[in-house]
Design a protein around this ligand. Structure first.
Ligand code: GLU
Length: 283
């Protein structure tokens, strides 16, 4: 069967959205229409019997806006305080919309320790399993409020791949402000070509994935997406990078249509999640 058509049969899906995908670019305020469509798409997948985990950014950005702080590079304590305010607001918004469609949202906040510590990892794994069994939609973010330098993942692209590996997902969909992987930065090079399928992550590809997305919020450029692809595909999870501009892209992808860049899984039998997380560069 065609690799895209096979997506229809995938059961456990992790979807990641970045801050820039759920905010209005001009004001930084939450884009309720996009959030609404995102949640509706997820609820529709749930209604089809699929299991969905959502990894969402936005805590710091939403918190900053709530206390009227600007885009400045604030000290870490200020960012952590903003994350505490913003995460609660973000979850309230998600919960409200999920409830409108009669679905249950649950919050999971993680740090590197959640993965590196075997007992924490087992607990996290068990919690995800139970939530999925209960039919809830786990909504994951980094625990920005307490995560210090040593225990930060740093970006939610990587976090989403780690979550996909932890829950043994069938597919990871990274929604971003770019259509997928290009041979060069399309914002700067009009000759940049789109790559719709990646069988193997090569050095050339890493070289192509320059750290630019044109986004002023969030932390993930193409490099972090390729890092995520490495983790996901080694763990045996197929991955797609696609544009969050229209959230209905989720059901189009799930229908087997050719959107975004598809990274094929190559399960590494020696894959051990904690080693990957330990080896990650600190940000
Ligand atoms: N965890 C951060 C937040 O929710 C964002 C990290 C990212 O954008 O990758 O604000």
């Amino acid at each position: 069967m065609d690799i895209r058509e096979a997506i229809r049969d995938k059961k456990r899906i992790v979807i990641k959205v970045g801050s820039s995908s759920i905010q209005h670019q001009e004001t930084g305020g939450l884009d309720y229409i996009k959030l609404e469509v995102l949640v509706r798409e997820i609820c529709n997948l749930r209604n089809q019997g699929k299991e969905v985990v959502l990894v969402t950014s936005g805590a710091i950005a939403v918190g900053k806006r709530a206390v009227r702080l600007g885009e400045d590079d604030d000290p870490i304590a200020v960012k952590q305080a903003c994350a505490a305010i913003g995460q609660a607001r973000l979850m309230m918004t998600y919960q409200k919309i999920f409830a409108e469609y009669n679905h249950v949202a649950a919050q999971i906040l993680m740090t590197k320790n959640t993965i590196v510590d075997p007992l924490n990892r087992l607990n996290a794994h068990n919690t995800f399993s139970e939530l999925l069994k209960l039919g809830a939609v786990p909504i994951v973010n980094e625990n920005d409020t307490v995560a210090t330098y040593e225990i930060r993942f740093g970006d939610n692209d990587t976090l989403s791949a780690i979550v996909a590996a932890l829950v043994d997902a069938d597919l990871l969909i990274l929604l971003s402000d770019i259509d997928g992987l290009y041979t060069d930065d399309p914002n700067q090079n009009p000759d940049a070509r789109f790559i719709s399928y990646v069988d193997e992550l090569t050095e050339d590809l890493y070289h192509m994935g320059k750290g630019t997305t044109g986004s002023s919020v969030g932390t993930g450029g193409m490099n972090t997406k390729l890092q995520a692809a490495k983790i996901a595909t080694s763990a045996g999870v197929d991955m797609i990078i696609a544009n969050a501009d229209d959230m209905r892209i989720i059901h189009r992808i799930m229908d087997g249509r050719k959107y975004g860049t598809f990274f094929k899984a190559h399960k590494d039998e020696n894959f051990y999640l904690a080693d990957y997380v330990n080896a990650m560069e600190q940000v």
